[in-house]
Design a protein around this ligand. Structure first.
Ligand code: NDP
Length: 260
């Protein structure tokens, strides 16, 4: 499908994992992509080539989203190159897992710096750019935040991350309320357990296989499960959706079964 032909998307944390899945799905819909990531330049360039092979344009801009000035420079570069920004996906996030009794404040600050404040920077600069653009179609722009089911599920040793994910869910709702009059859609996607390089840092292949079997859908999610959701939310089909949080988790949150 080419539902988004000619549009431009900026995606943070796009070199790998869910962000990469989103980039490929949006490119399949006709979107030119700005890939932002902090360290994985080779993977980012390889993804850019994959996008160009699909006939779309791609720009790599290495950015640490916890650095507000760097995020400002990212948006300036993207707009200078493409002249507009139609879709922004605040995807970059990290989780430093430590039990609350032992958590180091530096770890908490690092997690919040990326997963909460990095999302804030991305969303604010996206909104400021979109607000200046003319309303040509139904929407002036689409902002999509990648949250997590941990925004409501209190998985242990993950306090800073869970706190940040709850915060970005409310950021999305609040921005949606403020920006509706400008026809800027702001929505949150809350993934369940998705098979990505990030997750593989925390879990072995055996653990991931076993976890997949326990998810009601019978498998872990894949990055393109989230990518297709983002493509839908970015499309005119989702024109009237704003301030929403969409769980994409293969039934994880409704699948709890208690003994008979
Ligand atoms: P990955 O670690 O696989 O990929 C994330 C990418 O973002 C990496 O390239 C990472 O680089 C990059 N990144 C990290 N910090 C920054 C930063 N400060 N600035 C720019 N780029 C950065 O993660 P996932 O794909 O699994 O996760 C993507 C998003 O989805 C996150 O927000 C995560 O919380 C969320 N999510 C993931 C779930 C899952 O099960 N996978 C479930 C629910 C939500 P580096 O390797 O250097 O950190």
């Amino acid at each position: 499908m080419n539902r988004l032909e000619g549009q431009v998307a900026l995606i943070t944390g796009a070199a790998r994992g869910i962000g990469k899945g989103i980039a490929l799905c949006l490119a399949d819909e006709g979107v030119d992509i700005v890939i932002a990531d902090r360290y994985h330049e080779d993977e980012a360039e390889a993804l850019a080539q994959q996008i160009r092979d699909k006939g779309r344009q791609a720009l790599v801009h290495m950015t640490d989203v916890s650095d507000r000035a760097a995020v400002a420079a990212l948006f300036a570069t993207a707009v200078e190159r493409f002249g507009q920004l139609n879709i922004a996906v605040a995807n970059a996030g990290i989780s430093i897992r430590e039990p609350i009794l032992e958590a180091q404040w530096e770890s908490v600050e690092r997690t919040l710096g990326v997963t909460q404040f990095g999302v804030y920077h991305t969303c604010q600069f996206a909104a400021q750019q979109m607000a200046q653009q003319p309303l040509t179609g139904r929407s002036r722009g689409k902002i999509i935040i990648i949250g997590s089911i941990l925004q409501e599920l209190p998985v242990q040793t993950s306090t800073a991350y869970n706190m940040a994910k709850a915060a970005v869910n409310h950021l999305g709702r609040t921005m949606a309320a403020e920006l509706a009059r400008l026809h800027i859609n702001v929505n949150v996607v809350n993934p369940g357990w998705i098979d990505t390089p990030g997750e593989r840092q925390h879990a072995s292949e055996e653990t991931l296989q076993a976890a997949g079997a326990h998810i009601p859908w019978g498998r872990l999610g894949q990055p393109d499960d989230i990518g297709k959701t983002v493509a839908f939310l970015a499309s005119d089909d989702a024109d009237y959706i704003t301030g929403a949080a969409l769980r994409v988790d293969g039934g994880y949150m409704v699948g709890l079964s208690l003994p008979d």
